[in-house]
Every structure is written in structure tokens, then in C-alpha cells.
Design a protein around this ligand. Sequence first.
Ligand SMILES: *Cc1c(COP(=O)(O)O)cnc(C)c1O
Length: 355
Amino acid sequence: MITINYQTIKREDPVKLPENLLFGRMFTDHMFDITYENGKGWINPEIKKNEEMSISPAAMVFHYGQAIFEGLKAYLWDDGRIALFRADQNIERFNKSAKRLCMPEIDPELMLEAIKAVVKTDKDWIPKKPGYSLYIRPFMVATDPYIGVRPSELYKMMIILSPVGPYYSQGFKPVPILVTEKFARAVKKGIGECKAAANYAASLMGQVEAYKEGYTQVLWLDAIEQKYIEEVGTMNIFIQFKDEVATPRLSGTILPGVTRSSVIRILKDWGYNVTERDISIVEIIERYKKGEVVEIFGTGTAAVISSVSRLKYTDFEMKFNDEEAGELGTKLYNEISGIQNGKIEDRYGWITFID
Ligand SMILES: *Cc1c(COP(=O)(O)O)cnc(C)c1O
């Protein structure tokens, strides 16, 4: 067992959170940091001050892009306990991403311990307001100062924390989405199923184009036939048809979301006919015209559930539920955030506490 080194950091003033928390802009004052060296393994785990750091301009991450990350949240319950939601799933996915990018895996127990240690250190940063939480961002980058394409021999894994408010500050607000045909995000046998920084770089142009047209997100189609829906920017997607709730199957190009798998589990228990299959955009349009599409929603850690208000493909735009939040999406949002916040019994064993 590795022991984490806690620098003796004294916080002079009590933590004071601003009234207006902008998502992803504010960070706590500590972080977790561990180094990897070929031959030595993971060394020097420590909790230290979150401040600017120095790194070689030749560090391989800047040139060849070995960078992966994760995203999960810590929730402060009314009884004062701090809960993590399915953290084991994020850790497992982190190691899968690492493996695919020829980066070193990390002992899941050490990673969980690291997450707990840093959250515990900065627990005063978790806002004591309903809907608020502490976003946890573990990431790993190649730090080897070397110009030449090969896997790095040095890495850093760090965990930073960001206090966040409810994703939708004006209430649960449905989002308009553009289906893009101009760009592709990922192909089979590539790295689409990894939370790798490169995937987001590839997605930016589509995202910018969607913004210009007044849409907040892109729905990606498969890269080969440009026919089957895959996922949205940072969310998986579900279509509620009259007799079925369908989501694209995990084919190697989409991110296997923790929220996605939680939604599938809950819907099955509620008796819904849930399927993971290929869904073509043409099928959605044809069934929409027949009145068979009830609602569409995205799933992801940041927002939990995002109802889709409009979906545009070529010149055809579909509107759902008078652009209000859908019934099933709202029900799922209440269920999952209820479990995360301790208001609904954790019947699946999805919660672990930070002691
Ligand atoms: C993180 C992410 C998701 C959602 O995954 P969760 O584990 O539910 O947060 C979906 N798609 C992409 C591309 C993502 O990066």
C-alpha cells in the first residue's frame, strides 16, 4: 500500500465560495499528484497546493497528445456525509482509456484512495446548497521531454476539484441539438470509447458550427455511413419511441457513460422495454412523422439528464414536447439525483462514502 504524502498546508482563511459559481471555472486550493516512471511504477503520491506548475515544453503531451481524463462528482448529504456515485466505474474506465493510449494503468484502490483523500482535504469547498456538488477531474498526461513518436516513459496523474452549481441555473432546460454530416468524431477501432483529450479536439469544429446555427450541442453520426446516431458532445443519447426506449449500442466509437448504464438499469427495473441497438437518423425522422417519438434525452455526469427540445438534420427540424422537459427524462433526473443526494434509497449499492 502506498501512503499519500500530505504537505502540511494550513488554510489561513475559511473557504469562501462566490455567489455565482460558473461551471468549470473555479478550483479548490488542493490537488492530488502522482508520478509514473518506467521501471519504477507510480511514485510520490501527494496532496499539494493547486497552483501553477512547471513542465518541459518538450513534454510529449504537448506534441503527441497522450492525455486522458475522467469526470465524477462528490455530493454533500444533509447528514454531513460526502458521497461518491459509482466511482469504481470511472476508475475502471480511466484504466481502459490509459491502456488504449499506451499509458500506465493505476491500481484502482490507490486511485479511489487518492480521490477520497483530495475530496476530504477540500471538503469545505462543497457548497451546502441543493443541487450543488464538487466536480472531480482526474487526468493523466505524458510528461517525458522527448520529440519523437512513441509512448512516453514518464507521466503525471492529477486530480483537481471544482465546486459546481446545478447544471441548469434557470431550471431543467431542454437543449436544441444539430445532427452534423460535415464532420465525424470517431471511428471503430479508434479511440472514441476512451475519455481521451484528442476526441474533444476532434469535436470542436462541429460544436462551433452548431453554435453558429443556434444549437448548443452536436449529435454525431457514425463516421462510415453517416447514418446511425452515436452520441452528443459529452452525453450519451436515448430515444423514447412509443413502445421502446432505445440507445445506441456500444460499438467502440461512443463513450460508455456511467449515467447511460445507470439509466438503462433503472428503466429496466421500471419495466420499460430498453434496447441498445443501431438507430438510424432516418428511422427517427420517419417515426417522428408518424408521431411515434415521445422524447429524446442525453445522459452524462455534468447534467445527469438533458432533455432535447429540437433536433435538426439537414433541412428537417423535429420538436419535442413543446420544447419543455420530457416526462421520462424528468423522472430519471429526479431518481438519479435523488440517489446521488441521499434522498432516495441506494438500492443498487452505487454510493460510497468518504469517511
Ligand atoms: C463523459 C462523456 C459521456 C458521459 O459519461 P458519464 O460517465 O455518464 O459522465 C458521454 N459522452 C462523452 C463523449 C463523454 O466524454
